[in-house]
Ligand binder design. Structure first.
Ligand SMILES: Cc1ncc(COP(=O)(O)O)c(C=O)c1O
Length: 436
C-alpha cells in the first residue's frame, strides 16, 4: 500500500515534473509510490499534503533539535530577514552568532561560517592539508561527511562484500563522476580499531594530513567509540603531526552544548558544525585551535562563500544556542529519548527479537542482530529488511523514523510523553505485523 494519500500523490506528480525524481537530495527519494510531499511542520510533527500527521524522528536528518517552527527561532529569523541577509561584509548578527558558538564550545579559538556540512568538511580537509603540508585523509568505513568528491568513498550505503580485506580496506567509490585519482588521497579505516590505525600510520603517517572522524557515528546507527579509542586517535595524530578533525555536523549541539569534544573530553584540531546549530536553517561552521585557524588569516588557503555568515542562519544560530543554553531542551530530550530507548528494548525482548538499541537519547538506532556492532562490517549481521518493514509499518501508523537503521532516530525537545506512548505502540504493532 502506497504511503501517499490522494493529494500527496498529486503533489508528488507535480514534484516529479519539476525536480529530478521529485526531490532535491537523492537520499529523499523513497520510490514513486512512497516519496512524500510535506505541507508543514509543527513541533514534533510533520504533515503531508493530505494533512496526515507524522511524529517526526527524521527531523530533516537531525537539525530540528527544538522542534519544527520553534517560535523564538522563527522570530529571530524574521527580524533578521527584514533587515537584509547578505552584504559581502561582516554583520553584527554574524559576530554575535560566532561569539555564541565560541562560548558554547570552549575549545574553539576561532571559526568561520559556511552554509552546509558538505562545505564545512571540504574546507576542514583543505585547511588540514594546508597546515600540515601533507595530502592523505583517513576516513572511516561507513562514515558520511557530505557530498563532495574527497569523501565519496565507503559511506554507509557501500556493500560490505565490496570493501576488500579488513586488514587493507579498499576505498569503495559510491558515485560516478569522481575522478579515479581522488581515491589515491583517501585511506579507509575500520572504526574502533586502534591497532589498525597505528599500523596505517606506521606505513603512511608521513603523508597523512588528518583523520576525519565522527566521534560518535551519526551515520552508522549512532555507534559509540570504545573506551580509549578517541584518546588513541588523538595520541597518534599528535605523534605524527597530523590533524584530528571531529566532524560534529550531527553530534554538535546534540551531544550537549559542547558537542562530542566536550562529551568525550577530547580536543581535536578542527571541528565542523551544522544541523542542530541553527534548528533547520542553512548554517554551518568550521572552527578550531588558534594555530590551525591562523592559516586562513595568513592567506593563501582559500575559504569563501557568498552566503557564508548570512543573517538568517546567524540569527537562527543565536536563538537556537540561547534556547539550548537554558538546559531545558536537553532535559526534555533525555527524558523522551531514554523512555524510547528502554521502551524499544523491552518490546524487542518481550517478542524475543534479538536487538540492541545503540546511541544516546538524542540520537539512537536499533540494531536487529544477536551480534555486537563495533564497526561498519558488523552491519552485515543486521536484519535490514525487517527494520525497513517495521519502519514502513510505523510510517503507515503516523510515526516516522528513517527506514534505514544506519540513520538514527533524532529526538527534539518538542517530543512529548504522549509521542513516546504512541511511538512504542506503533513499533510493537509493526514488529508483530512484520513477523507474522
Ligand atoms: C557527519 C556529517 N557530515 C557532513 C554532512 C553533510 O552535511 P550537509 O548535508 O549539510 O552538506 C552530514 C550530513 O548528513 C553528516 O551527517
Amino acid at each position: 500500500m502506497s504511503l501517499q494519500g490522494p493529494k500527496t500523490a498529486e503533489w508528488f506528480g507535480r514534484a516529479s515534473s519539476a525536480l529530478v525524481n521529485g526531490v532535491s537530495s537523492g537520499f529523499r527519494y523513497w520510490g514513486d509510490d512512497d516519496t512524500l510531499v510535506i505541507d508543514r511542520g509543527e513541533g514534533a510533527y510533520a504533515f503531508d499534503m493530505d494533512g496526515k500527521r507524522y511524529i517526526d524522528y527524521q527531523l530533516g536528518f537531525g537539525p530540528i533539535i527544538l522542534g519544527h517552527g520553534h517560535q523564538s527561532v522563527v522570530d529571530a529569523v524574521s527580524k533578521a530577514a527584514s533587515r537584509g541577509t547578505v552584504f559581502a561584509m561582516t554583520t553584527a548578527v554574524e559576530v554575535e552568532a560566532a561569539e555564541a558558538m565560541l562560548k558554547a564550545i570552549p575549545w574553539l579559538d576561532a571559526l568561520r561560517f559556511t552554509n552546509t556540512g558538505t562545505e564545512a568538511t571540504m574546507h576542514a580537509i583543505r585547511l588540514a592539508r594546508a597546515v600540515t603540508g601533507k595530502d592523505l585523509i583517513v576516513k572511516f568505513e561507513g562514515a558520511y561527511h557530505g557530498a563532495h568528491d574527497y569523501v565519496a568513498f565507503s559511506t554507509a550505503g557501500s556493500p560490505v562484500g565490496n570493501l576488500g580485506s579488513r586488514r587493507s580496506p579498499v576505498p569503495y567509490q559510491v558515485s560516478s563522476g569522481v575522478p579515479s585519482t581522488i581515491r589515491d588521497y583517501i585511506r579507509i579505516a575500520p572504526f574502533n580499531d586502534l591497532d589498525f590505525m597505528e599500523q596505517l600510520f606506521q606505513r603512511d603517517g608521513h603523508r597523512i594530513a588528518a583523520i576525519l572522524a565522527e566521534p560518535m557515528m551519526g551515520n552508522l546507527f549512532g555507534l559509540m567509540p570504545i573506551d580509549g579509542y578517541l584518546e588513541g586517535l588523538r595520541a597518534i595524530t599528535d605523534e605524527w603531526g597530523s590533524m584530528l578533525i571531529f566532524d560534529e555536523v550531527k553530534t554538535g549541539f546534540r551531544m550537549g552544548l559542547g558537542g562530542a569534544a566536550e562529551y568525550f573530553g577530547i580536543v581535536p584540531d578542527i571541528g565542523t558544525y551544522a544541523k542542530s546549530m541553527g534548528n533547520g536553517y542553512p548554517i554551518a561552521a568550521v572552527g578550531g585551535r588558534a594555530e590551525v585557524m591562523s592559516a586562513w588569516a595568513e592567506g593563501g588557503v582559500m575559504q569563501a562563500g557568498t552566503y557564508s555568515g548570512n543573517s538568517i542562519g546567524a540569527a537562527a544560530t543565536i536563538a537556537t544556542i540561547a534556547e539550548l543554553t537554558t538546559g531545558g531542551p536537553y532535559a526534555q530530550i533525555d527524558k523522551v529519548g531514554n523512555a524510547l530507548m528502554s521502551g524499544l528494548a523491552k518490546i524487542c525482548s518481550d517478542h524475543s527479537e534479538p536487538a540492541t538499541i545503540i546511541g544516546i537519547p538524542s540520537m539512537f538506532s536499533i540494531f536487529f542482530s544477536d551480534r555486537e556492532l563495533k564497526d561498519y562490517r558488523d552491519t552485515a549481521h543486521h536484519d535490514g529488511d525487517l527494520y525497513a518493514e517495521v519502519i514502513t509499518g510505523m510510517i503507515h501508523r503516523g510515526v516516522m523514523p528513517v527506514d534505514d537503521a544506519k540513520e538514527p532516530w533524532f529526538i527534539s525537545s518538542a517530543h512529548s510523553d504522549e509521542d513516546v506512548a504512541e511511538t512504542l505502540t506503533a513499533f510493537e504493532e509493526a514488529l508483530v505485523e512484520a513477523r507474522s
